[in-house]
Design a protein. Structure first.
Length: 213
């Protein structure tokens, strides 16, 4: 925590004693990055990360260098074996770079998608949802479907977090296109898309944005 306080562009938002406590936070999915210990009671840090269908970028903390390779295999932003400030600051600069890229995505209104031997310009507002299909994704817009060679987790990184949310392992939806929440599903164009049980609380919070009465 002391290292975080010394870096002017970092702000500590939440501290949790366990992953289960973090799961109970309705704002957890809005964090830019999390620091998580590799070895925790009841569940290992990487096992918890792997169990989640969506998670902020993370930095793994461990005094065992053998944990570094599995961390990066699970798309860790960085790995810290100590909290020496010089090394911590390098990790902080990576966080700053990721945040800057995220802000650029928020400022953009569209994305370019490779599909059917074309590079197609697609506006974020026109995307209804994105569906995983093995190593491909289907991007369903108001007028057309695009199929692109990309994993869903990579698509999630380039879509604006304030507009899109993952509702289960295979689907990301446009919050503004959700017509209703019915039971354990969202309704888009009168079709139902199931919400995974662990994500239901955060999905409802993101879609209603405090306007639920």
């Amino acid at each position: 925590m002391d290292c975080i306080k010394r870096v002017p562009f970092l702000e500590l938002k939440e501290v949790h004693a366990s992953p289960l406590e973090a799961d109970a936070s309705s704002h957890f999915h809005l964090l830019d990055v999390i620091f998580i210990n590799a070895h925790l009671p009841y569940i290992k840090g990487l096992d918890w990360i792997a169990s989640k269908s969506t998670c902020p970028a993370f930095i793994l903390l461990s005094d065992d260098i053998k944990d570094a390779a599995p961390a990066f295999d699970n798309d860790a932003l960085d790995f810290l074996s100590s909290m020496e400030f010089n090394r911590f600051y390098k990790a902080a600069l990576k966080i700053k770079k990721v945040k800057s890229q995220s802000n650029n995505a928020l400022q953009a209104e569209s994305i370019f998608i490779k599909s059917d031997n074309r590079i197609n310009k697609v506006f974020f507002d026109d995307i209804l949802y994105v569906e995983a299909q093995n190593n491909y994704i289907n991007i369903i817009t108001k007028k057309k479907k695009y199929t692109s060679l990309m994993k869903l987790k990579d698509a999630e990184k380039v879509l604006p977090k304030d507009l899109f949310i993952r509702i289960q392992k295979s689907f990301i939806v446009n919050i503004n296109c959700v017509q209703a929440i019915e039971g354990n599903a969202v309704v888009i164009n009168d079709s139902l898309f199931n919400i995974s049980r662990p994500l239901k609380k955060q999905v409802i919070a993101s879609i209603t944005q405090g306007s639920l009465v």
